[in-house]
Design a protein around this ligand. Sequence first.
Ligand code: F6R
Length: 597
Amino acid sequence: MCGIIGYVGEREMAPLLINGLKKLEYRGYDSYGFCIKDGDRFHVLKKKGRISEDESPLKKIQGNFGIAHTRWATHGKPTEINSHPHFDCKKEISIVHNGIIENAEQLRKMLEKEKHVFVSETDSEVIAHLIEKFYVNSLEMAVKKAISLLDGSFALAIICKNEDCILAVKRGSPLVLGVGKNENFIASDVVPIIEYTKKIIYLKDEEIAKITKEGIEIKNSKGKIIDKKIAEIKWNIKQAEKGKFKHFMIKEIFEQPEVIKNVLRGRIKDNKIKLTLDINFKKINRIILTACGTSWHSCLIAKTLIEKYAQIPVEVDYASEFRYRNPLVSKNDLLIAVSQSGETADTLAAIREGKKKGAKTLGIINVVGSTISREVDSGIYLYSGPETGVASTKAFTSQIMALFLFALYARQEKKCKIDPRLINEIKKLPEKIEESLGEVKKIKSIAKKFVDSSNFLYFGRGINYPVALEGALKLKEISYIHAEGYPAAEMKHGPIALIDGNMPSVFIATHSKTFSKLISNIEEVKARGGKIISIVNKEDKIARKCSDFAINVPRTIEDLSAIVNVIPLQLLSYFIADMRGLDVDKPRNLAKSVTVE
Ligand code: F6R
């Protein structure tokens, strides 16, 4: 994880880097640091904690050429010493690093024998010392030699006192270059630089970029200068800001009606699904869905949808497990990676593993131009705009929508009819989400009652079982309350032992083919003194009657209900976390984009 930014140009450096790092904090926020070059001097500042907590000393730093970093600790505690930038012995080379160097220990031992002295516990520091070891009179040559010895992943921005450029290079971790007029940028992603330029170059693994005020020169791994395509970013800075909302998370929850419109836009016409996918469904025997966290929950929902509408068998795998279990994959498999960021290391590795074994690949991705989106054979973008809150909300609902469209598209490609009533119902989703959001006051008052709970259980069935998992994940990651999701029928096989007067149970109890069974489960919890919060359809009387608290959502068909039903669960966890006084957008120990294993 970690966030990197670099700038060379004529603007005042410190405010630009401070601003940029704040926007990158979703990648990690254990500590931060800067190295600004001012003539042949380095101004360095490193601090523990978040940049927003103390930025005044930075404002005094002059210079217009520098690199900065916000850290998510992997090797070594989040301390000032371990924060980036890291330096060589003579403090003439300064680097910021995102990734993990897997052979850092061996390299450190080798360098220590050569009298290099290390000050931090990090893996990153070896990179600065390796560059020092190879430096004669060209930073570029030294960097090339240094990275040839590294195992693992890295995105690096490097400066040196003797040269007026920033070098950028990557392997496995993301890095983009921003092209400006008399100024140029480096960053882990486009968010911190979008307000200055929309012209972006995506650096590929092993390419080395030399960035000066006047221009960017990129060489491939063979040392040949190459012409890279400059991409134009379509979204603007407003979409990456909080506006009137207290947190990004609540803003993003309320964006969901719009986000669903975006994912549908131009993709349904005359009862036909319009997707441009290079897939011959006649040759696809099996689909494997792979992802992590919330995106994995979307995959569980998609399994039901794809098997039902496309009649293709589906397997769902955690990307972190798939990549290492030597899975059986053939050229008749379609491997679908689902990822908001498009950068999750395990999901990327799963796609590479599948590709190596001959599978066709497809990405369901939000971040345009991200690594996964560039590696898959075809893709469906979510077009949800930047998701900044660490807890994924709008990406989840738009992933389900995109996967639903995919399931219908596959059905259509197999020459089966799509029921127009289904299309009609899909089109009504934005207003139904709006209605779910209308329960905000009631949900806030329920949150108040449970703010001090230590545990929660979430129950759902069928397509709403993954919604129960997602509700529990949302609560635990931002409120630090222990929560578990279960298929409701599994309750009597163990979890029911946990039920007492202090255990709230959240039931997703909307209309479904297993509704009456779920009501029996609610009664079983009630009989044992448990507190029940239910998500119910507006017109429902049965679930409402046996619940302590009922939250209304509008009725839709069961296959689409996950999108409507998850909204109150997102709101409930948001309010509980906020009432507990926690940093909702940046929960402890987490980062938005998990680019390490
Ligand atoms: C939870 C959350 C994470 C991500 C997971 C995968 O709210 O956001 O569980 O879903 O880290 O990230 P992406 O989708 O970017 O691959």
